[in-house]
Design a protein around this ligand. Structure first.
Ligand SMILES: Cc1cc2nc3c(=O)[nH]c(=O)nc-3n(C[C@H](O)[C@H](O)[C@H](O)COP(=O)(O)OP(=O)(O)OC[C@H]3O[C@@H](n4cnc5c(N)ncnc54)[C@H](O)[C@@H]3O)c2cc1C
Ligand SMILES: NC(=O)c1ccc[n+]([C@@H]2O[C@H](COP(=O)([O-])OP(=O)(O)OC[C@H]3O[C@@H](n4cnc5c(N)ncnc54)[C@H](O)[C@@H]3O)[C@@H](O)[C@H]2O)c1
Length: 503
C-alpha cells in the first residue's frame, strides 16, 4: 500500500524570488509550509541574474569612469582590469545576499526545506526524492531557463548562457552575444567596458519592447564605447570546435569570436514537473493562470517567471507572492494587474519604463481606446522653452519636450544625455519613459504617483531640493501644464481683471 502523503498547509515549488517570498510570508503568518528547491536557493536573480549582472555592471562603470575622467579635467587612464578580481567582487556580492535566501534562514523561520526536484504525480500530489506530499494550496514558482534557438551547429560549440557566464574566470577576448534584449544589452556594455571586444547580434532590433527614441540613445552610447551592434542579422549556422566560434549570418559573411553568449529570451521552467498528471494547463509561454494567478486547478497557483505572458522581473515575482498570500492565507480575493509594472534596463544610459510606451498608447488610441496626451519631457535643446515644442496638431497626440540638459545637476555631472517622456491622461501620469543617468531611481516617484492617482498639478508644485535629478520629473509635469497656464486667454483675462482690483 502507498503510504499516506505528508500534508502541510502550503507547498511551494521553487526557491527563487517568487517562491521564497511566498514561503516566508506564509510561515510568518502561521501556516505550515514545505519549500522544495532542486538547485540553488535564491534562484536566478541571486545566482545567475540580477545580482551578478548588476555587480558586474558596477565594476564596469568604474572602469568606464577612469577612461572618461578627461571631461572633468582629470587625466584619463586605461584601467588595469583584473578580471578574476572583478569576478571575486561579483561572487562576494552574491555571498553577502545569500544568507537571506538560505536554507538555514528558512528552516529557522519554520519552513520545511527539501533540496530535490519536485514533480506532480497526481492532482495536488507531489513526489520529491521518493516522498509524497500534498497540501491545501500549492504554489508553482519554478521560474524560467534560457531559451536556446535551434540554429544549426549551435549545439556543437560551448556557448554561454546567463547560467554560466558569471562563472568565467578570464575575460573573453571577443564576446559575441546573440540576442539584444535586456540581458544581451546590459552584458554587452559591461564586458566592453571591462575590455572585451563585443559584438551584439539581434535578429530584429535591440531592446525592441522599449521606446525607440530612448533605445536610440542607448544604442548610440554602446556604439560610441565600441560595442559592435548588428541588428536585423539572422545567424544561419554556427561552427567551432577547439578554435574560435564562427557565426554565419544569412548575408554570407563570418563573425568570429572567442566566446558566445546566448541571450535570446526565456522558456518556462516546467520540464519534468508532471503538469499533465496534475491536470494543470501550460504551453510554450508558461503556465496558464487567471488574474488571481490560479492555474486550471484552482487550488494550485503559479507565480513569477513561470506564468505565461507575465513580465519576467524579480519585483513581479514579489508582487505575485503577495497576491497569493492574500488568497491562500487570508482567503481574500486578489488579482494581478501587469499594466503598471515598472522595468529598468541597466545600460548606461539606463532605460526605465512605467505603463505604456508612446507607441503602445498611440496604438491603443487608434484601436479606440482612451485618449492620452503625450508630454514629452525630452529635454530639448539647451534653454529651449518646452512650451514652444508642444505639438498641438489634432491628428497626433500632443507632445512637448524637455531634456536632461535642462537639469542643472545633470549639467554639473556632465550627464546630459537623456529625456523624460510623460503620457498623460485626464491630468494624471499614464505612462513614463526615462532614459538617462539614474533613470531607474527617477522612476520611483512616478510609480507612487500612478499608484495613488496623483495629478500633474501636484507633481509640478512639489518643492524639491536643488540641484537634483528628480527635478526633471517636476519640470516634465510643468512642461505639460505651463502652456495651459501661460498661453491661456482665460487666465490672461482673469489676471488682468484681478490686477485692476488688487489694492
Ligand atoms: C541575467 C539576468 C539579469 C536579470 N536582471 C534583472 C533585474 O535587474 N531586475 C529584475 O527585476 N529582474 C531581472 N532578471 C529577471 C529575474 O531574475 C527573474 O524575473 C526572477 O529571478 C524570477 O524569479 P522566479 O522565482 O520566478 O524564478 P527563478 O529565480 O528562476 O526561481 C525558480 C527556482 O525553481 C527551481 N525549480 C525549477 N523547477 C523545479 C522543480 N521541478 N523542483 C524544484 N525546484 C525547481 C529552480 O532551481 C529555481 O531556483 C534578470 C534575469 C537574468 C537572467
Ligand atoms: N534589467 C532587468 O530588469 C532585466 C535584465 C535582464 C533580464 N531581464 C528579464 O529577463 C528576460 C529575458 O531577457 P532576454 O534579454 O533573454 O530576452 P528578451 O526576450 O527580452 O530578448 C531577446 C532578444 O533576442 C532576440 N533574438 C531572439 N532570437 C534570436 C536569434 N535567433 N538571433 C538573434 N537574436 C534573437 C530578440 O529579437 C530579442 O531582442 C527579460 O525579458 C526581462 O524580463 C530583466
Amino acid at each position: 500500500m502507498t503510504p499516506k502523503p505528508t500534508r502541510s498547509d502550503l507547498i511551494v515549488i521553487g526557491a527563487g524570488a517568487a517562491g521564497l517570498s511566498v514561503a516566508s510570508g506564509a510561515v510568518q503568518m502561521g501556516a505550515s509550509v514545505t519549500l522544495i528547491e532542486a538547485g540553488e536557493m535564491g534562484g536566478d536573480c541571486l545566482n545567475h541574474g540580477c545580482v551578478p549582472s548588476k555587480a558586474l555592471i558596477a565594476a564596469a562603470a568604474r572602469a568606464h569612469q577612469m577612461r572618461d575622467a578627461g571631461r572633468f579635467g582629470i587625466t584619463p587612464v586605461e584601467p588595469q582590469v583584473d578580471f578574476p578580481a572583478v569576478m571575486d567582487h561579483v561572487r562576494s556580492v552574491i555571498a553577502g545576499i545569500a544568507p537571506h535566501d538560505s536554507q538555514e534562514r528558512f528552516a529557522g523561520l519554520g519552513v520545511r526545506v527539501l533540496r530535490a526536484h519536485a514533480r506532480f504525480v497526481g492532482p495536488r500530489l507531489i513526489e520529491v526524492a521518493g516522498e509524497r506530499l500534498t497540501a491545501r494550496r500549492i504554489v508553482i514558482a519554478t521560474g524560467s531557463r534560457p531559451f536556446v534557438p535551434p540554429i544549426p551547429g549551435l549545439d556543437t560549440v560551448e556557448y554561454l548562457t546567463n547560467e554560466t557566464i558569471f562563472g568565467l574566470d578570464a575575460l573573453p577576448g571577443h564576446l559575441a552575444i546573440l540576442g539584444g534584449g535586456p540581458i544581451g544589452a546590459e552584458l554587452a556594455q559591461a564586458f566592453r567596458r571591462l575590455g572585451a571586444e563585443v559584438t551584439l547580434i539581434d535578429s530584429g532590433t535591440i531592446l525592441s519592447r522599449e521606446d525607440p527614441q530612448a533605445v536610440a540613445l542607448v544604442r548610440e552610447a554602446m556604439k560610441r564605447e565600441g560595442v559592435a551592434i548588428r541588428e536585423d542579422t539572422r545567424i544561419a549556422s554556427v561552427e567551432g570546435g577547439a578554435g574560435p566560434i564562427r557565426l554565419h549570418p544569412e548575408t554570407g559573411e563570418v563573425i568570429e569570436a572567442t566566446h558566445l553568449l546566448v541571450a535570446t529570451g526565456r522558456t518556462a521552467g516546467v520540464d519534468g514537473l508532471g503538469l499533465e498528471a496534475a491536470g494543470i494547463r501550460a504551453d510554450a509561454r508558461g503556465i496558464e493562470t487567471d488574474a488571481r494567478l490560479r492555474t486550471s486547478d484552482r487550488h494550485v497557483y503559479a507565480i513569477g517567471d513561470v506564468v505565461a505572458d507575465a513580465p519576467s522581473f524579480t519585483h513581479v515575482a514579489g508582487y505575485h507572492a503577495g497576491i497569493v498570500i492574500r488568497q491562500a492565507m487570508l482567503g481574500l480575493p486578489a488579482r494581478a494587474d501587469h499594466s503598471r509594472i515598472p522595468r529598468v534596463t541597466y545600460t548606461s544610459p539606463e532605460l526605465a519604463q512605467l505603463g505604456p510606451t508612446e507607441a503602445e498608447a498611440r496604438s491603443a488610441r487608434r484601436k479606440g481606446g482612451q485618449s492620452v496626451a503625450v508630454a514629452m519631457a525630452e529635454g530639448g535643446a539647451a534653454g529651449a522653452d518646452p512650451a514652444a515644442t508642444t505639438d498641438t496638431r489634432t491628428d497626433v497626440i500632443p507632445t512637448s519636450y524637455l531634456r536632461y540638459t535642462d537639469n542643472d545637476r545633470a549639467r554639473t555631472e556632465k550627464a546630459t544625455e537623456g529625456f523624460v517622456k510623460l503620457l498623460i491622461r485626464k491630468g494624471k501620469p499614464h505612462g513614463v519613459t526615462i532614459v538617462g543617468p539614474q533613470a531607474g531611481d527617477l522612476l520611483a516617484p512616478w510609480v507612487q504617483a500612478m499608484a495613488s492617482g496623483t495629478r500633474l498639478t501636484v507633481i509640478s508644485g512639489l518643492v524639491l531640493p536643488y540641484p537634483t535629478l528628480p527635478e526633471l520629473g517636476k519640470r516634465a509635469a510643468g512642461a505639460y501644464l505651463s502652456p495651459k497656464l501661460f498661453d491661456n486667454p482665460w487666465v490672461e483675462r482673469v489676471v488682468r481683471l484681478i490686477q485692476r482690483v488688487l489694492p
